[in-house]
Each structure stands twice: as structure tokens, then as C-alpha cells.
Design a protein around this ligand. Structure first.
Ligand code: HEM
Ligand SMILES: *[C@@H]1O[C@H](CO)[C@@H](O)[C@H](O)[C@H]1NC(C)=O
Ligand SMILES: *[C@@H]1O[C@H](CO)[C@@H](O)[C@H](O)[C@H]1NC(C)=O
Ligand SMILES: *[C@@H]1O[C@H](CO)[C@@H](O)[C@H](O)[C@H]1NC(C)=O
Ligand SMILES: *[C@@H]1O[C@H](CO)[C@@H](O)[C@H](O)[C@H]1NC(C)=O
Length: 323
């Protein structure tokens, strides 16, 4: 009888544990801030140092790093699939159409090498992407947030998975909301994370439809852009947040509100009452103060999408190759 009871209670405990781990799986169980405090205490300082150096040489690297983490998380989750090279089996995410102008791979490799020197095989490339995105924002004047770590690296990267997972720049507000919802993100996250376009640039190719086939664009601004970007043109690139594209701040929302958002997807934020209200609030400088905090919160959420933890995946030795 006693034995039966014990077996039953062990069974029940296991059931509860299973249920708890099943629940947490959805929201990033296994991640925590300071995950490497014991196993690699200087990981974050080494990352910051390397990234600071890269950004001081070329400030546009900051935007590239922020975007890499986004592209990583939206395809297969935040497990560094965006960094993998193609294999014999086919193209990797890097080779998909929306890879267009992804940059910063060399900086991630430099951070990885710097960290491997003090603790080989401990820190994942996926975590380096998350740390780099945070450091990039902080180093361009944005607010600091604590990054949860403990992600592990995946082993698969397929170019054919890009189109079904990343939002296109010509998406309307309905499509944007759907895409974000499919990743567990709300429309608040959508309007907040679109604020990433406070830094960086987009190519003439990207904005061609917006310039030549889209109406809600400030006419003075449009004619300036059209001088440099002809129909069907590919280059040059243009600041996503005109006049403030090297500073992480709420100025982007001012541009959007004035119909000077560069992407169709940025302009679409005015087509939903809640996202429109957020754009309005952040575009007045006093309220813009909440953007920094909002952004950190939404980035933390984004950083939990589909993570691999515990014994899943691996810690890659080189970020472009599986072990
Ligand atoms: C809401 C849906 C989004 C769409 C449709 C979108 C689309 C794009 C496009 C088309 C570009 C320009 C690519 C080029 O022409 O070179 C771009 C750039 C960029 N995106 Fe997004 N994006 C979105 C959300 C995000 C999010 C959530 C983040 C980060 C959290 C982000 C970060 C960036 C950054 C930093 C750049 C500039 C990159 C550089 O200068 O190298 N974007 N995005
Ligand atoms: C990954 O591919 C790039 C571009 O083809 C190449 O330059 C790089 O050396 C490759 N990385 C590794 C680790 O093989
Ligand atoms: C993006 O894909 C194209 C092929 O579609 C490839 O030539 C290019 O090297 C890729 N870019 C990066 C950054 O890997
Ligand atoms: C958004 O685009 C989809 C697909 O093209 C279309 O079915 C839908 O009507 C559009 N919605 C809005 C609000 O424009
Ligand atoms: C521009 O818009 C028109 C009408 O909606 C459409 O027929 C045409 O294909 C579009 N052209 C481009 C280059 O997007």
C-alpha cells in the first residue's frame, strides 16, 4: 500500500513538472539574466567592448546588429539560424530574398572569438545576437535593458523558410499584425519594435513601390527621394529615420506621423487606431520618454521566441557552421 502511494505521488510530481515545463516552453523557460555569471563572467563585457570598437569605426553597424537579432528570432526562433552558411542540402536564411543587405556577420564573429578566448564552448551565438542588439541600441543613445541568456544554437537554416516568417516591407497593417501574432507578439509589440527603424537605412530598391506607387507620402519628401532613387533603381540607401538615423530615440515616430516613414510597413502603423495612437504619443517629446522602456520590454519578448534551452541544440564553435 505504502509503495503504491509512493509510486502514485512520484507519478503526480512528474505530471506536474511536465505540465510546468510545457507551459514555460512557450515563454522562454530556461532563460534568465546573468546565465553566464559563473560559467563565463566576462562574456557580456567582452561583447560590449568588441561591439563598441566596431560601432566607433562605423556607426551604421549598430543598425545591422539590431536587425540580425530580429531576423534570427522570426525564423525558427532565436537560435542563430540567421548566421549559418549554406550547406550541400541548399541555401541558408542568409541566401533568401529578404536577406537583402543583412550585415554585421563579421562583428558577431569577432565577439564570438573574443569570448571563446576566455571560455571556449560556453556562450551561444544566439545569445551573442541578443546581447549585440541590446549593446547596439545602448551605444547609439538608447536605454539599457537586461538581456536574458541561456539560448542554445540550432542546426538548421533554410532560405525557403524566410518568406513565410519575416514580414515584407509592403505589408499592410492587417498582414503586419498577423505576422507578429504568429510569433506571439501583440500590436503594441509591433508598433514598439517598428521603432527599431530609428536607426539604419533602406535601399532604393526597398522603397521603390512606396515612392512610385503609394500615396500617403509627404510630397516634398517624396520629390527629394525621387531625385536620388529612380524607378527600378537599387541604390543608394536612405536613412529610415531621416536626420536621426544614428540615434536610438523616439524621433522615428515623428517621421511616421508626418508621412515621412520610409517603408510602407512604417506608414501602415497609422492605419490601426491603437498603433496610430502610440505613434502620436511617442512623437511628442515628453511622451517619447516611454519609448526606451517599451522597447526593452518588447525586445525581451522577441528574444524568447522559439528558443532552444537546456540540452536542446548545441553551443556552436563558429557561428557560421554547425559543430
Ligand atoms: C514590422 C515589420 C518590419 C518590416 C516589414 C521591416 C522591414 C525592413 C526593411 C525592408 C528594411 C530595409 C532593408 C534594406 O532595404 O536594406 C529594414 C531595415 C531595418 N530593420 Fe526592419 N522591418 C520590420 C521590423 C523590424 C524589427 C522588429 C527590427 C528590430 C527589432 C528591425 C530592425 C531593422 C533595422 C535596425 C534596420 C536597418 C538595417 C541597416 O541599416 O542595416 N526591423 N527593415
Ligand atoms: C561562410 O560563408 C561566407 C560567404 O560565402 C564565407 O566568406 C565564410 O568563410 C564562411 N564561413 C565559414 C566559417 O566557413
Ligand atoms: C543574400 O542572398 C544572395 C542570393 O540570393 C547572396 O548572393 C548574398 O550573398 C546573400 N547575402 C548575405 C549577406 O549572405
Ligand atoms: C491587406 O492585404 C491583404 C493581402 O493582399 C488583403 O487581402 C487585405 O484586404 C489588405 N487589408 C487592408 C486593411 O488593406
Ligand atoms: C502600382 O499600382 C498599380 C495599381 O494598384 C498596379 O497595377 C501596379 O502593378 C503597381 N506597380 C508596381 C511597380 O508596384
Amino acid at each position: 500500500m505504502a509503495v503504491q502511494k509512493r509510486v502514485l505521488s512520484i507519478f503526480l510530481i512528474q505530471l506536474v513538472l511536465l505540465a510546468v515545463s510545457g507551459l514555460n516552453r512557450v515563454d522562454g523557460a530556461g532563460l534568465r539574466t546573468g546565465y553566464y555569471d559563473e560559467s563565463c563572467p566576462d562574456a557580456e563585457t567582452r561583447a560590449l567592448k568588441t561591439i563598441r570598437k566596431a560601432i566607433s569605426k562605423d556607426v551604421t553597424v549598430a543598425a545591422a546588429l539590431l536587425r540580425l537579432h530580429f531576423h534570427d528570432c522570426f525564423v525558427r526562433g532565436c537560435e542563430a539560424s540567421v548566421l549559418l552558411n549554406a550547406t550541400k542540402e541548399g541555401g541558408a536564411e542568409k541566401d533568401g530574398f529578404l536577406n537583402l543587405s543583412l550585415r554585421g556577420f563579421d562583428v558577431i564573429d569577432d565577439v564570438k572569438s573574443a569570448i571563446e578566448k576566455s571560455c571556449p564552448g560556453v556562450v551561444s551565438c544566439a545569445d551573442i545576437l541578443a546581447l549585440a542588439a541590446r549593446d547596439a541600441v545602448q551605444l547609439t543613445g538608447g536605454l539599457f535593458w537586461k538581456v536574458e541568456t541561456g539560448r542554445r544554437d540550432g542546426r538548421i537554416s533554410l532560405s525557403k523558410e524566410i518568406d513565410a516568417n519575416l514580414p515584407f516591407s509592403n505589408f499592410n497593417i492587417t498582414q503586419l499584425k498577423q505576422n507578429f501574432a504568429s510569433k506571439g507578439l501583440t500590436k503594441k509589440d509591433l508598433v514598439v519594435l517598428s521603432g527599431a527603424h530609428t536607426i539604419g537605412s533602406a535601399s532604393c530598391l526597398t522603397i521603390n513601390t512606396r515612392l512610385y506607387n503609394f500615396t500617403a507620402l509627404d510630397p516634398t519628401f517624396a520629390s527629394e527621394l525621387k531625385k536620388k532613387c529612380k524607378p527600378g533603381g537599387i541604390l543608394p540607401v536612405f536613412e529610415l529615420d531621416q536626420g536621426s538615423s544614428t540615434i536610438s530615440d523616439a524621433h522615428f515616430y515623428k517621421a511616421v506621423r508626418q508621412n515621412r516613414g520610409l517603408l510602407i510597413s512604417d506608414a501602415a502603423l497609422l492605419d490601426d487606431h491603437a498603433t496610430r495612437a502610440y505613434v502620436k504619443r511617442q512623437s511628442t517629446s515628453a511622451a517619447g520618454a516611454t519609448f526606451g522602456r517599451d522597447f526593452g520590454k518588447s525586445m525581451e519578448k522577441m528574444g524568447r521566441i522559439g528558443v532552444l534551452t537546456g540540452s536542446e541544440g548545441e553551443i556552436r564553435q563558429r557561428c557560421a557552421l554547425v559543430n
